[in-house]
Design a protein around this ligand. Sequence first.
Ligand code: SF4
Length: 381
Amino acid sequence: MKSPMKRTAFLSRSDRATEKAMRVPRGLITTLQRWYEIHGRALPWRGERDPYRVWLREIMLQQTTVTAVVPYLERFLQAFPTVESLAAAEEIAVLRLWEGLGYYSRARNLHRAARQLMTEHAGTFPADAEGLEALPGIGRYTAGAIASFAFEQPAAIVEANTLRLHARLLGYTGDPRSKDGQQQLWSWAAQLVEAATPKFGPGAINQALMDVGATVCTPMNPHCSECPLKRWCAAFAAGKQAEIPLPPVRAVITEVTDATVAIHHRGRYLLRQRAPNERWAGLWDFPRFTVDDPSSLPLILTKGVCDQTGLTIDLGDEIATLKHSVTRYRITLRCFTATVHSGRLRVEDTLRWVPASEFAAYPLSVTGRKFAERLREGLLK
Ligand code: SF4
């Protein structure tokens, strides 16, 4: 059994010896190429070389499945076909198209990066990973993906699928997310793209590795008997596929109760843009507050609204309870209506009276949108 990588992981040794042990075995790249030509995933963007399109899809694919990304990518490219058009857009339009994908800082960073590309690079992308990483929201993985897919630079990538694949190939029994684990996996991934050939370039190598990780070297019950790389796999040789990689430490889920209020006044509702330091920063929402003590809920809402907007309200009915999860929080959202009792709305760009017929123009949180729909339905009845 040829597995020059397995010594790397099971024995401790100097970096130099590690590098030597991690040299790409003869035959691995050609075997991978043959497998990719027949079994590579038929992704809608396979072979795409336009850096703008590669960038958009790679940012969207973070924390999101291919199936969920496809319609968003189509809509986004239709609205903003070029870096120039994205840079010229209002942030509200960018966030509206992103609505539902979550992790909204990705959309805000895309927008900022597009503007930076226009002002500092005349609308063109740097071709190297270092230049790409200088742009907002572009980390090591995305920079490697753009550099290799769009510019055929020998830039490595390690994402969820390849992290698992490489950890198993190397038989890495430590935490692959630790400093040492990252160093070893990225260094091995770099050796693989360095072994590119004129017919099997860095972009194709990276895509092939991701495809093996996604379709063969699956998290549970990897299909080792069908794996093109099994003869070089240390985990397979040691029968440790189920133990490698070490799973991430599970986040403790915290239950949270929020309350939100739709304040109705002269045919319109009050929307508020969420502040930069808040969850869903930049999105619009009905005034929303965290409820530490449910028995004080009416006070929390009335005082919160007064502090935030300058209005005092007459609290109405609770018309819905919505559940949603965000990272490690499971949130129960209690939804109320209210009317204005007195006071004047503070003059701020982040507070607007909006008729229900115009809710669609505003990017809302997922639960904000559900609440808005309930209000619209209630009005239509
Ligand atoms: Fe993954 Fe099995 Fe292939 Fe090893 S042999 S890379 S564990 S699918």
